[in-house]
Design a protein around this ligand. Sequence first.
Ligand code: HIF
Length: 290
Amino acid sequence: IPPTSGTEKTTLEKKGIDYQQVYNTIADMLEENEDYDDGSYGPVLVRLAWHSSGTYSAADGTGGSCGATMRFEPEATHGANNGLAVARDFLEKVKAKYPEISYGDLWTLAGICAIQEMGGPIIPWRPGRFDKTQEHVTPDGRLPDAAKDQRHVREIFYRMGFNDQEIVALLGAHAVGRCHTDRSGYEGPWTFAPTSFTNEYYKLLLDEKWVEKKWKGPKQYEDKKTHSLMMLPAEMTLAWDKEFKKWAQIYAKDQDKWFEDFSAAFSKLMELGVPYAADTKVYKFKPTTA
Ligand code: HIF
């Protein structure tokens, strides 16, 4: 079924939404509830932006952030999306203030806002996503399974059109946030500062000794020293796979290089499958913390 295409896009542009103002509104809300997780909604917003984009398949052009089909069943309750209702509900407050913005634009803008406000790089962003209907929901199984190995990780990200370097660059985003037993079944954060966007993830992954956690939950790794950090089986492959490890070492040593590569890869992820007009304006939002 073809998307509603051209006409709707032009209308959106004509609406003259002040996207920096939308950005500022989200930025102001990120830490509104100090009891939520580590005190910020930033990480769960990044996960929503990524899960709405990561359904893309380059082979047939389906999925991706245009459409925001995660609003609908069964995608809303696909196992990989457990817990993301928190992020969707959070953004309803923003949608109520700016009803003209599409959900796809709102979710991706919020992810970028969260990364920038947590100290990450500036990520270029373009509007133009429009809402699709329930008929466009993507099949289950398009997002990565944390229990699997590098063959699976490559299969999933190659399907979207990424290469090994981009996969490793993206993975550093796990510097922020944590796993929740009541969402994925896994438990714990990847770094000691889960609301700061730094290259700490790569340093810990390569420098710490990782051992299997002894517990009743799904297989995951913990750092031998403090037992307080975690790694998923799928991402231990960054330390084990030769080609992946090469990039992890580069990013562990050079945060500027990582920021540059992460920004490009995350921007690409947000735009997968979005039918842009050639002259669509590129926004670079000003962090409110600058
Ligand atoms: Fe995640 N990811 N991710 N992820 N993710 C979780 C949480 C976050 C994978 C699995 C998980 C990426 C890739 C992969 C974030 C951002 C990104 C959780 C825990 C799991 C299991 C969910 C929960 O229990 O709440 C796998 C297998 C990936 C491919 C290897 C991306 C690169 C790192 C693409 C990405 O940007 C963020 C942020 C979180 C934290 C969410 C939170 O609520 O704190």
